[in-house]
Design a protein around this ligand. Structure first.
Ligand code: ADP
Ligand code: MG
Length: 268
């Protein structure tokens, strides 16, 4: 039994993602909004990339296209060269709201995502779930009810649930933005740790430049009306990074002024 478990836990699937000339319009009462305008992008296996930009610049739309929840009007999104046609087990999405099942306890929530693994017995699913709860430092709360947990703890459980099926790509849409600063800081450390241990391709969406620089190996700047990619910044600061670090603050200021430049140009 242990061989099978080791194999499950010690598998590190990851994927390359390509976005080619994607356009997406939404029709609203006030006319058509161009959410994405000719967006192209490549993300390599195991990269941790952050999408940054003010609200309305198409970050969530692009993430949803990669998740297979939205379809582009034109252009393509591909995983390892295969066009994305819908959601799949190779990608897991985590949102701002934890979306946990309140009728299941903590471990029950993490085990839920493992239902689709027919090769595992119930006992093995339990062991896999325990491993991921340990990874997000929630193993002590395996049998707690969801309503007993703080916001930060809920997001840890949501992270364990997203990781448990061992997807190739983890898509995170402002997962920490509803949390207080201290809780967020702890999670910044933990998510970096998880990325180093599980080697997934991660796309993390945020409107917070500092958060992006703290987490990403690359920061991709978007600007709105229409939603476009404007600039990309590699971040080579050593890990684990602390959000209060001086170099991190300097780079964040540089990126923030680039971002302000685009927004100002737009309102001219
Ligand atoms: P971000 O995540 O960067 O805040 P979004 O991708 O959510 O931006 O939205 C980009 C633009 O598309 C915005 O102007 C938004 O109002 C519009 N939009 C997004 N989703 C829809 C939708 N389902 N219907 C109408 N407009 C939408
Ligand atoms: Mg959004």
């Amino acid at each position: 039994m242990h061989d099978k478990l080791d194999k499950e836990i010690n598998a590190f699937p990851t994927a390359k993602l390509s976005v080619e000339h994607v356009c997406k319009d939404f029709r609203t009462r006030n006319g058509t909004v161009r959410a994405l305008d000719d967006v192209s992008l490549t993300i390599n296996e195991g990269e941790f990339v952050c999408f940054v930009g003010p609200s309305g610049c198409g970050k969530s739309t692009l993430l949803n296209i990669i998740a297979g929840l939205e379809k582009p009007d034109s252009g393509l999104a591909l995983i390892d060269g295969v066009p994305i046609t819908g959601p799949g087990r190779d990608r897991m999405v985590m949102f701002q709201e934890h979306a946990l099942f309140p009728w299941l306890d903590v471990i029950g929530n993490v085990m839920f995502g493992l239902k689709q693994k027919p090769n595992l017995t119930d006992k093995e699913r339990l062991e896999v779930a325990k491993y991921y709860l340990f990874l997000v430092k929630m193993d002590r709360f395996a049998h707690s009810n969801i309503h007993e947990l703080s916001g930060g703890m809920r997001q840890r459980v949501a992270l364990a649930r997203s990781l448990a099926p061992n997807p190739k790509i983890l898509l995170m849409d402002e997962p920490f933005s509803a949390l207080d600063a201290m809780t967020r800081e702890r999670l910044y450390g933990d998510i970096q740790d998880v990325w180093e241990k599980r080697r997934k391709t991660i796309i993390f969406v945020t409107h917070n430049v500092r958060e992006a620089v703290c987490l990403g190996s690359r920061v991709i700047l978007f600007s709105p009306h229409p939603g476009r990619i404007r600039e990309q910044f590699p971040v080579s600061l050593t890990r684990p990074r602390n959000i209060n670090d001086h170099d991190l603050a300097d780079l964040s200021m540089q990126i923030t002024s680039a971002l302000k430049g685009y927004t100002a140009a737009e309102s001219d």
